[in-house]
Design a protein. Structure first.
Lengths: 411, 411
């Protein structure tokens, strides 16, 4: 006899973005004539740039010829790609990682989802609140949490680190001991970058409590203000207590192409294990459950995204989305709404008017302005009363969406 | 404080293919002048066929234009691709599945690895012995097994179903109750296809014990003898007790491109859950831990592999590999070695001469003939004394490898 994993029943409703898609579809079905603008899901909208698509085409071409065809690739990903990531994402910022410390994957979501599985089932976890729901949901499924409490909006046995207007959306270190500490910076959904000082405090905390920090830097290429850290390893002590996950999804338009990486330094140590052990176990996990990112995506990453021309084009692509962010910020400003982010991240985090609940504002915005956004409550209890606008969109659509909000939203 | 998942320590040595790569590299380092032929790992070697690579190129081209660019795709995979799989892999064999019952993935390995996670941690598992190691390893990591017993070569709390010369490598149903029953047919490594009668017994067993069968049909396109089942759903009762996993890896040369699928029928029921619940939970699992197969691979699957021309070309590709299988079989025959398979699967399963241990024969074959194969013992205790030859290779390499074996192997 077999039963389903009972932890799935602990999950609250659907995955946030599935629920948004459901409500959007319901509105569409009942208003078939109306145009809906989407400032909701963080999905890229602009076509691949020339150098990037040429890199991918090159990836296909290599598979056409008997001399260059390759099947399964190296377990950790193509060597040259890992070397190039080590150079461009780490050495350039003064961080010396070897290619063997970098694992190429099919994106930051799978990696931040799966990384918990290499740690003890009894590990306690600490999360920014609000934050990208995948960190929490995967730990609920893994059985590390208790029940969901409807009143508080929290799971038992999870350490929530509130990110609020009061603390500038930068969390304090937890007062309790956490085994795994998830940090997303620039943050999804608040759009806030953690300061060097705050990251230093977390690294110190991790050393004091023998914790591991899971640092999600998927939006690091969106940082526009100088002085902000792009990698947690810019703090030297982080190499013995942090895993960093990142992605080509948003900066290169690879959301559908699927390519990312995870750095597991050899010097990372956990209780009861020697240096190198965490790196080895992650390798064992990946070589058992995964078979590599598509070699087309990897070639596209190496010859396209990470080429000089590709990097230049990707900076322009990011600038396009950040231009959208400015339009959204200006529009909300005109309406006198309070908001944060949108400067070092493609997300604008808005306080709902009149203390409205997030999902109520979602429905109101959809009904009145025909604009889809993301309810802050979907990212954690401290997200209640906030609303996320995403800067991913075609310029004219973002402009029309903001015009519609300005004209039709009844404030 | 955080520790590593202790189940990783229960795993025996490295992942089989990593260990082979290690020994191969050691031989290469000490014999830098010698050519090594590879009849080991099941990795494709022939370039993509024209229609398939055009399909992939089309996948890249769609991402170049603002009108056709897509980011994240539908959670279960592109609709047209699921429709085409339903048509060509199921309806064509008399099986009526809807696209909502098919989940596109990045390959059969990740799916057969991850599927266990949606079931209760206490579920007991039954495995063919020998079989592809991923089913066992992922359950060891999930904590469903006890310790490994060096003497028997078995894990505690695993039901091994021996596939031996005596039973024609077709397992008997277990005498104990198993929650999950993994069946791989055509089998890797024995090359044996399960008969309709044996599959019917397993389906009956699953109904009697409320078990779920995980049916891996990744090699179904290699079946050459008529009368063999390509899908377990050709047995109608299987729809309420089986999940089927398959892949484009071997039949279309997609080992590195990464594309596969899993069918979870709505009528599949497990204890304590309604019809549709397993399908829903797998959807929740995939939408939380995964972000879809590369849209380039999906377009290549749809417009390339599954096009009429693509299907024709893929049949020729399969015929090429099966031609290699014939060369290997003929060579082993000439040497008077006993072997099985290689008719409905790209694997030849050879009895080692003089009752040699599998890894000893591996070393002997490498030392004497400079040929890499796969030790049967790596696939389970009943694989001891057997050796797997893979038919994946360039024709001239396979011919040279067999010539070298015939000339140099000291029997």
């Amino acid at each position: 006899m077999v039963r389903l994993n009972p932890n799935y029943r602990k999950l609250v409703a659907g995955y946030l973005f599935s629920e948004i898609a459901r409500r959007r579809q319901a509105f569409k079905d009942s208003h078939p004539e109306d145009k809906i603008w989407d400032l909701g899901i963080g999905n890229t909208t602009e076509p691949l740039t020339p150098a990037v698509s040429e890199g991918l085409e090159q990836g296909v071409n290599l598979l056409r010829s008997p001399d260059t065809y390759k099947g399964y690739g190296p377990e950790r990903g193509m060597n040259e790609l890992r070397e190039s990531i080590a150079e461009q994402y780490f050495r350039r910022h003064g961080v010396d990682l070897t290619p063997s410390e970098i694992f190429v994957s099919d994106g930051a979501k799978p990696d931040t989802a799966n990384i918990q599985s290499i740690f003890s089932p009894r590990t306690s976890i600490a999360l920014q609140d609000p934050v990208y729901p995948v960190y929490l949901d995967t730990n609920v499924i893994a059985g590390r949490t208790g029940k969901f409490d409807e009143k508080t909006g929290k799971y038992e046995r999870v350490i929530y680190m509130p990110c609020t207007e009061e603390n500038g959306f930068i969390p304090e270190i937890p007062s309790e001991k956490a085994g795994l500490v998830y940090l997303c910076s620039p943050n999804n959904p608040t759009g806030t970058v953690m300061t060097r000082k705050s990251l230093e405090r977390f690294v110190e905390y991790a050393h004091d409590h023998k914790s591991v920090i899971i640092f999600d830097s998927a939006y690091s290429d969106f940082i526009t203000e100088s002085g902000n850290l792009r990698s947690i390893y810019e703090i030297p002590d982080a190499r013995s207590c942090a895993i960093e996950v990142s992605s080509f999804s948003k900066n290169a338009g690879f959301t559908g192409v699927r390519l990312g990486w995870t750095a597991v330094p050899n010097s990372l140590v956990v209780e009861g294990s020697n240096p190198g052990a965490v790196n080895n176990v992650w390798n064992r996990r990946q070589s058992t459950f995964f078979n590599g990112a598509s070699n087309i995506a990897q070639t596209g990453g190496l010859l396209g995204v990470l080429s000089e021309k590709g990097q230049e084009e990707c900076r322009e692509l990011v600038a396009h989305y950040m231009g959208n962010a400015e339009i959204i910020r200006n529009g909300l400003d005109e309406l006198g709404l309070r908001f944060y982010g949108g400067v070092n991240a493609p997300y604008i985090w808005m306080k709902t008017p009149d203390e409205m609940l997030s999902w109520d504002f979602f429905d109101k915005l959809l009904e009145e302005a025909h604009v889809v956004g993301t309810p802050g409550a979907g990212f954690g209890p401290s997200g209640e009363g906030f609303f996320r606008f995403s800067a991913f969109g075609h310029r004219n659509e973002v402009e029309q969406a903001m015009e519609s909000i300005k004209s039709n939203l009844r404030l």
